[in-house]
Design a protein around this ligand. Structure first.
Ligand code: FES
Ligand code: FES
Length: 151
């Protein structure tokens, strides 16, 4: 398959990367840019483990081609180091094995940005796009709400 060189803006840095047309954003972030925070899970849009932010909105990176991200601003969990939502997950014990955690944090981060006054219904709807197989969702919701309250 033919490759092409593109520029991706990831975590506020322009990255030059060679991709094939069928390379997903998830594959490219992990295998070409060494950003392994976004996790492969179902690879079909169901689990949310691969969630990143694209222009401020949560995006399941297994469902997006890398070439579709050209000209957009991509943020990964590596770009949220020491963010309030990351700290809130730690303080509220909102994880166990941690595999789903980057995806949840990215989704919560977008929700906080897009809906700083989110009500319970909105929170529930947004959290439905991610799956955790270990921990209770109560702690995740608590972590999210602790940041929303502080806004
Ligand atoms: S790996 Fe992308 S949604 Fe599950
Ligand atoms: S903490 Fe293990 S899958 Fe969520």
């Amino acid at each position: 398959m033919k490759s092409q060189t593109i520029v991706l803006n990831v975590n506020d840095e322009n990255q030059i990367v060679t991709v094939r047309a069928a390379d997903t954003l998830l594959f490219t972030l992990r295998n070409k840019l060494g950003l392994t925070g976004a996790k492969p899970g179902c690879l079909n849009g169901d689990c949310g483990a691969c969630t990143v932010n694209v222009d401020g909105w949560p995006m399941k990176s297994c469902l997006m081609f890398a070439i579709e991200a050209v000209g957009k601003r991509v943020t990964t969990i590596e770009g949220l180091k020491d963010s309030p939502i990351q700290r809130a997950f730690v303080e509220n014990f909102a994880f166990q094995c941690g595999y789903c955690t980057p995806g949840f944090i990215m989704n919560c981060h977008s929700l906080i940005e897009q809906h700083p006054n989110a009500d319970d219904k909105t929170i529930k709807e947004w959290l439905e796009s991610n799956i955790c197989r270990c921990t209770g969702y109560a702690e995740i919701e608590k972590a999210l709400k602790s940041v929303l309250k502080g806004k």
